[in-house]
Design a protein. Structure first.
Length: 356
């Protein structure tokens, strides 16, 4: 078992805050960061004293294994502020479990639970002013781990750095998006790391996504690597399809990420008597449903975007348009229910909110 030191967090506070220089009404996602960052190094088989310091560049050796062999995993979380000024996280236990699941798959030592939650709580209390109130506003939180061992031998690193940085956020995608269904490229394969939030998963998506964007689409709906006939994820999100009054989403596997938003939407459907089937779904089924008028909605679901409605998709050079989203659309209803829980505007019957 990995040993853990018992030191408290060593904190160096920023002398001045950058917050007064930020235009919170015109944020670009992931470009602005709060005053502080949390980090903890893994050296000689032990997690060292965790630290919080002013956000800024760090020095890392050019031979660090993360650069050469891609040993890096991350998480995406958000903090929300209610009308009373209280700050909440949404299901952080799921993010903690998943980053360690991802780490294990990439031969990275798991991070201690006490350090994770103490680091989050301390960091958010220091940068609480960066969490703006109001639905749609949030503080995006990025925990991640990188391999820092200075060696270019093809083997797992002996040293690592776990970090948490934070970025104020508004809407990730504005309005609806158009997507291209993948017929050649794949996001992941059986036995791979598709279920993990490995950094390389996202790098591998950039090129096929750029090809789709050149054709006027914002994202790709990924299909299975074996046959390209089963629908799996949308861009960096899980994906839901509504045929008639039933939502359908693919089951998780070693190819598909077990999204926190995904599992929360499935539970919200159950709580509100909305039918949601978790099953494999073929491209042909969606195309046929579009043709006969039973395909009502497609939307992506993830931490950054929450829910991102899809207005059209292309498959085999044919574009299929979807009905316009309105207040009775499942994507609208579920997003409002989710946001109300996250912002402490509705009952949290499932115990998802975690107060800071």
């Amino acid at each position: 078992m990995t040993q853990v030191s018992t030191h408290e967090i060593d904190i160096v506070k920023a002398q001045t805050s950058k917050i007064h220089d930020v235009d919170f009404d015109n944020l670009t996602f992931g470009r602005v960061f709060t005053d502080h960052m949390f980090y903890c190094d893994f050296i000689d088989g032990e997690w060292q004293q965790p630290k919080i310091e002013p956000y800024g560049p760090m020095t890392i050796d050019p031979s660090a294994r993360v650069f050469h062999y891609g040993q890096a995993v991350f998480e995406g979380m958000k903090a929300y502020k209610d009308d009373d000024g209280d700050v909440f996280l949404f299901r952080p236990d799921e993010n903690f479990a998943r980053i360690n699941k991802s780490a294990k798959r990439l031969a990275i030592p798991e991070f201690p639970e006490a350090y994770f939650f103490e680091g989050l709580t301390t960091l958010l209390n220091l940068d609480k002013a960066w969490v703006k109130g109001g639905k749609g506003n949030s503080l995006y939180i990025r925990p991640f781990v990188i391999a820092t061992d200075s060696a270019i031998a093809a083997a797992p690193s002996k040293n690592y750095r776990f970090m948490i940085i934070c970025s104020p956020a508004k809407a990730y995608y504005k309005g609806t998006v158009k997507v291209l269904i993948a017929e050649q490229y794949s996001r992941s394969a059986n036995g791979g790391v598709g279920f993990a939030k490995a950094a390389g998963n996202y790098a591998a998506q950039f090129y096929p996504t750029s090809l789709a964007q050149a054709k006027g689409f914002q994202q790709v709906i990924w299909t299975d690597a074996d046959t390209h006939t089963f629908l799996e994820e949308a861009g960096t999100m899980n994906v839901f399809f509504r045929i008639g009054d039933t939502l359908i989403t693919a089951p998780t596997s070693d190819r598909i990420l077990d999204g926190v938003t995904r599992k929360s939407l499935i539970q919200l459907c159950e709580d509100n008597n909305m039918k949601c089937d978790v099953r494999a779904i073929k491209v042909d089924e969606i195309v046929e449903a579009s043709k006969n008028g039973t395909l009502k909605e497609i939307f992506g679901a993830g931490t950054a975007a929450v829910i991102s409605p899809i207005s059209a998709f292309e498959y085999q050079d044919t574009v299929y348009n979807l009905p316009e989203i309105n207040e009775n659309s499942y994507s609208h209803i579920l997003k409002e229910k989710m946001l109300n829980i996250q912002h402490n505007l509705a009952e949290d019957k499932n115990g998802w909110r975690y107060e800071i």
